[in-house]
Design a protein around this ligand. Structure first.
Ligand code: CU
Ligand code: ZN
Length: 203
């Protein structure tokens, strides 16, 4: 549907151009010169791109169908590393697998549309302190008797802007830090998309 609209628009534009050429040619002699366009060098582009690389991201975690977990996770660039901290409520007491998954796609009610663990380097699943593991392997968070987990952890040698658009997932069960491909942590209890944080909100 959209493609058909684009094609029609293109045809209409092409026709309009053909018709408009004579009129434009006459007007051109009296038109005042336009100011020169700003330079578009590679250097200017890279400065703009750099200014917009996010250093601070946030994910608001919502429950999957049949669960109640909620929370907020903040991700901050700290030099070469990323500091991850947050708070989750309405968990069952104990450990829960906690990962960054590949896609920020929450279309399925069970969270499975978020895909597997974020793994840009093609590693096996493991604990965050293992010599080799998925970048998204954050291990476990542990909820107290009230079902609340507060946590802080580090992702070494990675950039926060590469996590924007992916998903934070907290699981119903514990990540055993060794089972492939995802630590046998069970169903997904809560999910949230990592977005660029508003710098004026430090909650
Ligand atoms: Cu997971
Ligand atoms: Zn993993």
């Amino acid at each position: 549907m959209k493609m058909r609209f684009v094609q029609r628009s293109f045809v209409a534009l092409a026709l309009a151009c053909c018709v408009a050429v004579p009129a434009f040619a006459v007007q051109q002699t009296t038109a005042t010169p336009r100011p020169a366009a700003p330079p578009t060098t590679g250097a200017a582009h890279s400065e703009i791109d750099h200014a917009h690389v996010p250093q601070h991201a946030v994910a608001v975690v919502f429950p999957t169908q049949g669960n109640d977990v909620r929370g907020v996770v903040v991700l901050q660039q700290d030099g070469d590393d990323i500091t991850v901290r947050g708070r989750m409520i309405n968990l069952t007491p104990g450990k829960h697998g906690f990962h960054i998954h590949q896609y920020g796609d929450l279309r399925s009610v069970d969270g499975k549309s978020a895909g597997g663990h974020y793994d840009p380097e093609g590693h096996d699943h493991g604990g965050p302190d293992a010599s080799s593991h998925h970048v998204g392997d954050l291990g476990n968070i542990e909820a107290n008797e009230e079902g609340t987990a507060e946590f802080k952890m580090t992702i070494k040698g990675h950039k926060v802007h590469l996590l924007v658009g992916r998903a934070i997932v907290v699981h119903e069960g514990e990540d055993d830090l060794k089972s492939q491909p995802s630590g046998a942590a069970g169903p997904r209890a809560g999910v949230g998309v990592v977005g660029i944080a508003n710098p004026e909100d430090n909650s």
